[in-house]
Write a protein that binds this ligand. Structure first.
Ligand code: ATP
Ligand code: MG
Length: 560
C-alpha cells in the first residue's frame, strides 16, 4: 500500500508568496534555492524543515535547489558528516541532481574578492585578539571602538593578508575585517571578521589554505556565484541581512541574491542545537548520532519513522515568520497516521507469561489464519500456530483484578485473537511468589474467536505459541528529555534516565523475523516496530518506532 498524504501543492506561506510574485513580475528566469548545511554534525528534524522548504519551492516553481556544504571551518567539519548529510537528504526524498556545491569550491574567488575589498579600502588586517575584538565591539546601547590597526595602508594590509594566507602566522594572530562602521546600530556591521587563521586539514582542500572565510563572508558570495535567487535562512540571520547586502554591493559579484528569513523549528521535549546533539553523542548519553532517541534524521530513520511522515509533519506545521514551539505530539500523530496505513499487523509478546492449555492435546498444533491489514484485504493473511503452550503479555493477567480489568484473571474467560476463548483455572508461582505460569482451558467450539452460543467476552488478547515463536530483544524508547522545554545550557540535568527500556525476553511470530529491512510492522495492541541495525540472525532486535496512542503525557509525567 502506498500513501500519498503530501501533495505537490503544499500550503502557501509568505515565502512562496514572494516567490510567486517574483515569477509573476518576471524577475528571474528560474527560481534557484539552496540548502547550506555546515558538515559539523548530522541533520536533524529542524533541518528537514529547511530542506523541505528549499527543495519544495524549487520543485513547485520549476526551479532548482542546490545542496551546498558550508565547509568553511575545517576545525569542526568531517567527511563522515558530509556523507551522512547527503544520505539523509536523499532519504527524505529530495534530490539536488547535478547541483552539489561546496563553499570550498569558491575559496580562490572569495580570496580574490577579499583582496579587492582591501584595495578599495574596505577591509583591513587586525592584530587584536579575539577577546580584544569582542570587548571593543560595544553593546546595543554603546558604539564600538575603532581598532588601533584600522587605518593601515592598503599595501600593509595586502602584505599581511597574503602572509596570513601563506601560513606565516599562528591561529588567532590576525584576522581580516570589513571596514564598515564601529558605531553602526547593527552590531553585525561593526567591522565584521571576514577571514580567520586556522591551521587544520580541510576535508576537501587539505592543507592548501591557512585562512578560512567567515560564514557571513562566504555565504552571500557563494549564493551570488551560484545564481541563487532566494536565499532562505532562519530568523537569527535577519540582523545579518544588512551585512549580506553590503558585501554583495561592494563586490563585483555575478548576481544579487536576496535573503529571506523564516522561523526555525522548535519541538517540545527536544533540543535541536547541533552543539547539544554533538555533546549527547560525545558524552555517551546516547549510542551515536543515529540513536533512535535522537531527533536526527538518521535516528528517526533507524527508529522506523518513514520519510513521508516527516514530510507530512513539515507540511502541517507550515512556514511562519514568528518563532514558536511545536508539540512533539504533532510529529507522533503524523508518524502514526502513515504507519497505520502502511504497516502489516503482526503479533509479539513483549513481556511473556506462559500459559498451558490443559485440555489441548500434547504435541498437537494447528494453523489459524491471521489477517495482515484490517483495512486492506489485498494484504492477505498468514498462518499462525496454536498449541498447548502459549505466551501472553504479562500485563494482560492480574491475579486480583480491580473492577474494570476485563483481561485474564482467575476464572475469567477471554478471547485469544484469531484462536479460541480461554479461561484461567490456576495460577502457578515460584518460591518468591511471582506468577510464572497460568493453567487454562480452551473451548474448542470457539475456533476463530466466536462462541456458537453467542456468549461474549470483554477482552481480546494477542498471544504466541511457545514452540514456534522466536525470542527477540525489543527496545522501547521514551522521550530523551523529561521537560517540555529542556535547558540547552544544562541539558544533562533534564535527560530522562528511562529513555531506553530493553526487553530481552520478548517473543515474536516468525513472520516478524521474515520482515524486510526497513519494514515497519504493527505489533497488535503494542505499537509500530522495525528491525534495528544491531539485529542479527542469532539475536534479532526490534525498535519500537512509536506506541499506538498518545502515551506521552503519561510516560513523562504530564505535559507543561
Ligand atoms: P548551528 O546551530 O551550528 O548554527 P545549524 O543547525 O544552523 O547549526 P546549519 O548546518 O548551519 O546548522 O544549518 C543548515 C540550514 O538549516 C541553515 O539554513 C539553517 O538555517 C537551517 N536550520 C537549522 N536548524 C533549523 C531549524 N531548527 N529549523 C529550521 N531550519 C533550520
Ligand atoms: Mg548555522
Amino acid at each position: 500500500m502506498t500513501v500519498e498524504l503530501e501533495q505537490a501543492d503544499a500550503g502557501r506561506d509568505f515565502i512562496r508568496d514572494i516567490v510567486q510574485a517574483d515569477l509573476d513580475a518576471k524577475k528571474y528566469p528560474q527560481i534557484v534555492t539552496r540548502f547550506p548545511p555546515e558538515p559539523n554534525g548530522y541533520l536533524h528534524i529542524g533541518h528537514a524543515k529547511s530542506i523541505a522548504l528549499n527543495f519544495g519551492i524549487a520543485q513547485e516553481f520549476g526551479g532548482r535547489c542546490h545542496l551546498r556544504f558550508d565547509d568553511t571551518n575545517p576545525a569542526k567539519e568531517e567527511q563522515e558528516y558530509i556523507d551522512a548529510i547527503k544520505r539523509d537528504v536523499h532519504w527524505l526524498g529530495f534530490d539536488w541532481g547535478d547541483n552539489l556545491f561546496h563553499a570550498s569550491d569558491y575559496f580562490e574567488q572569495l580570496y580574490q574578492w577579499a583582496e579587492s575589498l582591501i584595495r578599495s579600502g574596505l577591509a583591513y588586517v587586525d592584530d587584536q585578539s579575539q577577546e580584544e575584538i569582542r570587548l571593543a565591539r560595544g553593546t546595543l546601547t554603546e558604539p564600538g571602538k575603532n581598532s588601533p590597526f584600522r587605518d593601515r595602508s592598503v599595501e600593509e594590509n595586502l602584505d599581511l593578508f597574503r602572509r596570513m594566507k601563506a601560513g606565516e602566522f599562528p591561529n588567532g594572530a590576525r584576522v581580516l575585517r570589513a571596514k564598515i562602521d564601529m558605531a553602526a546600530g547593527n552590531i553585525n556591521l561593526r567591522d565584521p571578521v571576514l577571514y580567520r587563521i586556522i591551521h587544520a586539514e580541510h576535508p576537501r582542500t587539505g592543507k592548501a589554505w591557512s585562512i578560512y572565510p567567515s560564514y557571513d563572508y562566504a555565504h552571500g558570495q557563494s549564493d551570488a556565484i551560484e545564481g541563487i535567487t532566494h536565499s532562505i535562512c532562519t530568523l537569527e540571520f535577519e540582523d545579518h541581512r544588512p551585512l549580506y547586502e553590503w558585501l554583495l554591493d561592494k563586490l563585483p559579484v555575478p548576481s544579487k541574491p536576496r535573503q529571506y528569513e523564516f522561523a526555525r523549528l522548535n519541538l517540545t521535549y527536544t533540543l535541536l542545537s547541533k552543539r547539544v546533539l554533538t555533546e549527547l553523542v560525545r558524552g555517551g548519553h546516547v549510542n551515536g548520532w543515529d540513536d533512535p532517541r535522537m531527533p536526527t534524521i538518521a535516528g528517526l530513520k533507524r527508529r522506523g519513522v518513514p520519510p513521508a511522515a516527516i514530510r507530512e509533519f513539515i507540511k502541517r506545521i507550515g512556514v511562519a515568520k514568528a518563532n514558536s514551539v511545536v508539540d512533539v505530539g504533532m510529529l507522533e500523530f503524523c508518524i502514526r497516521e502513515i504507519l497505520n496505513k502502511t504497516s502489516v499487523r503482526r503479533m509479539a509478546v513483549l513481556r511473556p507469561l506462559k500459559v498451558v492449555i490443559e485440555n489441548y492435546p500434547e504435541g498437537q498444533t494447528e494453523q489459524l489464519e491471521a489477517i495482515n491489514h484490517p483495512d486492506d484485504p489485498a494484504a492477505g493473511t498468514r498462518p499462525i500456530t496454536f498449541s498447548r503452550e502459549l505466551y501472553i503479555e504479562c500485563d494482560d493477567f492480574m491475579e486480583n483484578p480491580p473492577k474494570k480489568f476485563f483481561r485474564l484473571s482467575p476464572g475469567n474467560e477471554v478471547r485469544l485473537r484469531y484462536a479460541y476463548f480461554i479461561t484461567c483455572r490456576e495460577v502457578v508461582k515460584n518460591a518468591a511468589g511471582e506468577v510464572i505460569e497460568l493453567r487454562c482451558t480452551y473451548d474448542p467450539a470457539t475456533k476463530g474467536g466466536n462462541a456458537p452460543d453467542g456468549r461474549k467476552v470483554k477482552a481480546t488478547m494477542h498471544w504466541l505459541s511457545a514452540a514456534t515463536s522466536v525470542p527477540a530483544e525489543i527496545r522501547v524508547y521514551n522521550p530523551l528529555f523529561l521537560k517540555p522545554a529542556p535547558d540547552a545550557a544544562n541539558f544533562a540535568a533534564d535527560i530522562n534516565p528511562d529513555s531506553l527500556e530493553v526487553l530481552r525476553d520478548a517473543r515474536v511470530e516468525p513472520a516478524v523475523i521474515a520482515s524486510s529491512p526497513g519494514e515497519v510492522m504493527q505489533f497488535e495492541r503494542q505499537g509500530y516496530f522495525t528491525r534495528d541495525a544491531d539485529s542479527t540472525t542469532e539475536h534479532p532486535v526490534f525498535n519500537r518506532t512509536i506506541g499506538l496512542r498518545d502515551t506521552f503525557a503519561k510516560e513523562v509525567g504530564g505535559k507543561g
